[in-house]
Design a binder for this molecule. Structure first.
Ligand code: ACO
Length: 211
């Protein structure tokens, strides 16, 4: 089943993310985000922020176990950037936020869609390792789109740092409007990230969901 994440689910969702996303998202793996630690407080804060918009979803089994989450944020034109008030101390997580901000500027989504004032952004997509490849991410994306449509949101956006999230979202008919190869994203002349194959690029996928 898929249902919205409420305040009461927060701790369980964070637990789920600590077990999976924090350890297995390709960039988190590449920079060894956890490296012996149990969690990354900055990534927890980033996750909590998305949950607060009340448009995040989780996939649960019949017995109520969480097996997937999509943490979604509502982004408004001229609104504060999503991570503006995040106080990031972790230099590793700061690298990831740096990339996401760069991609956001380059993709320039509101500029491309002048009629859109509000979009839903999938900030974190994560499925339990033993449930992957069974369409759970796609189900979470379809439900996210339904939820956003009900709220009158005109555009859905997913920034994919993983080859697999990109594959899933492309299958749902989303359009890739921006891509950046990791080898081309450099600081001081050197690539910042070198995730393992097949994760070669970050992509921005968009779909109109209301006219
Ligand atoms: N090897 C080959 N193909 C795979 C694999 C794999 N290990 N895992 C998924 N796929 C394929 C699926 O077959 C499917 O392709 P298809 O439509 O051609 O059949 C597609 O990739 C993914 O579809 P789903 O089954 O709906 O995806 P899934 O439920 O497995 O979840 C996800 C995908 C969320 C990316 C999962 O792999 C995951 O949690 N990864 C670690 C965290 C991560 O990288 N999250 C995404 C970062 S981007 C973001 O957060 C917005």
């Amino acid at each position: 089943h898929i249902r919205t994440i409420g305040k009461e689910d927060t701790e369980r969702v964070l637990d789920f993310l600590r077990t999976f996303f924090f350890r297995d998202e390709p960039l988190n793996v590449d920079i060894k985000l956890l490296e012996g630690e149990q969690t990354c407080p900055d990534l927890e804060e980033f996750s909590l922020k998305a949950i607060k918009d009340n448009v995040s979803l989780m996939a649960i089994t019949d017995s109520g176990k969480i097996i997937g989450v999509s943490l979604n944020g509502l982004i408004e034109r001229n609104g504060a950037a999503d991570d503006d008030d995040l106080d990031v101390a972790d230099p590793k997580f700061s690298k990831i936020l740096g990339l996401l901000n760069y991609v956001d500027k380059e993709a320039n989504v509101f500029e491309r869609y002048p009629d859109v004032n509000k979009m839903i952004l999938v900030e974190i997509l994560s499925v339990d390792g033993s449930w992957r490849g069974q369409g759970i991410a796609k189900k979470l994306m379809n439900k996210t789109r339904d939820l956003a449509r009900e709220q009158g949101v005109k555009l859905m956006r997913v920034d994919c740092t993983s080859h697999f999230s990109a594959k899933a979202i492309a299958r749902l008919g989303f359009e890739c409007i921006y891509k950046l190869k990791y080898e081309d994203y450099k600081e001081n002349g050197l690539p910042v990230f070198d995730p393992e194959a097949p994760h070669k690029e970050v992509t921005v996928y968009i779909q109109r969901i209301n006219q």
